[in-house]
Design a binder for this molecule. Structure first.
Ligand SMILES: *[C@@H]1O[C@H](CO)[C@@H](O)[C@H](O)[C@H]1NC(C)=O
Ligand SMILES: [Ca+2]
Length: 330
């Protein structure tokens, strides 16, 4: 009985009181994050986010497009990213009155050299340098057997563009279908880039749990690019809302050789010959959190230790109380 209570206490103490699974606030990079109530979004000169086109900023969401035809909107971080390892969490909502397959086109999340570069691809230029993750809600290519909405990723050095008519299939690095539309709970997407490994995770089932969508190694991305999000509607439409974009720094060690390199000069590329399993030293988190870095292991140990101490104290008190009670009966 007491052992069960103790175990319960330990679990409670380590998992509730020290919540290391949710995005680590200490490593949140505010200059690259967009959060309610969106102070500093828009026109002021000190703004860290620009918005363009149909984008409407309210106090509870940033609507890239309304549920109307032929709208284009985007938001762009004005601060270039100088972190080598990062994770971006996007909370978004795509909803509208259109029936199944009668809505479009979706949201794209960018980490690119060019910002505010309007064009035909989710209201960005089809040719870009960097990374794009597409939440594509409309199947442009009738011939596919693919289920939409479909999430995919692409890395480009500007030589190959996104093929909208084929839903980007020719250049995609991987993807997964995801039922993200008209949910009455929150939907999330996470993009992690660390040590040449690109991981995209989704959370659309309201279980507070990441599900892996894309995981590939051999990816090279430079520092100095910009985060952005964009959306477009055509003949079909949807509300495309960004609730938050939270950028976390990942604490990862690099070799002296890697450190000495000029990371701004790296050409975006994917070495497809490299197996995704080559970088297994970067474990994939299984919850809304980052990899277990040394710091987190330390915190977890500290929490467990605290748990044991609390448990010992409670145990001692319970024991003493029992002794006293026993006394009363004698
Ligand atoms: C860009 O990528 C293409 C293949 O996608 C490659 O052939 C080309 O050499 C690359 N350009 C540079 C400058 O790295
Ligand atoms: Ca499409």
């Amino acid at each position: 009985m007491c052992a069960t209570a103790m175990l319960y206490l330990i679990l409670r103490t380590s998992f509730v009181h020290c919540d290391i699974t949710d995005g680590n606030q200490e490593h949140l990079k505010r200059e690259h994050s967009l959060m309610k109530p969106y102070h500093g979004v828009g026109s002021s000169s000190s703004s860290q986010w620009d918005f363009w086109g149909s984008t409407l900023v309210t106090s509870s969401y940033v609507r890239l497009t309304p549920d109307d035809r032929s709208k284009q909107g985007s938001i762009w971080n004005t601060v270039p990213v100088h972190l080598k390892d990062w994770e971006m969490h996007v909370q978004y909502k795509i909803h509208g009155s259109g029936k199944k397959n009668l809505h479009g086109d979706g949201i794209a999340i960018w980490y690119t050299k060019e910002r505010l570069h309007p064009g035909p691809i989710f209201s960005h230029n089809a040719v870009f340098h960097g990374l794009a993750v597409f939440i594509d809600t409309y199947s442009n290519d009738d011939s596919t057997d693919r289920t939409f909405p479909y999430i995919s990723a692409m890395v480009s050095n500007g030589s190959v563009g996104y093929d909208h008519g084929k839903d980007g299939r020719s250049a995609e690095l991987g993807g997964c279908p995801a039922e993200i539309r008209n949910k009455d709970h929150e939907t999330y997407l996470a993009i992690r880039y660390s040590k040449g490994r690109l991981t995209v995770m989704v959370d659309v089932e309201d279980k507070n749990e990441w599900k892996e969508c894309i995981d590939i190694g051999g990816v090279s991305l430079p520092t100095g690019y910009y985060f952005g999000a964009s959306a477009a509607t055509g003949d079909l439409s949807d509300n495309h809302d960004i609730i938050s974009m939270k950028m976390y720094q990942l604490m990862v060690e690099h070799t002296a050789e890697e450190e000495s390199q000029d990371w701004t000069k790296i050409e975006p590329s994917v070495n497809l010959l490299k197996s995704p399993k080559d970088n297994i030293d970067d474990p994939t988190g299984n919850f809304r959190g980052t990899a277990l870095t040394g710091w987190k292991v330390f915190l977890l140990l500290l929490c467990s230790l605290l748990g044991i101490v609390v448990c010992a104290v409670v145990g001692a008190v319970v024991f003493q109380k029992r002794q006293e009670r026993n006394k009363r009966f004698y």
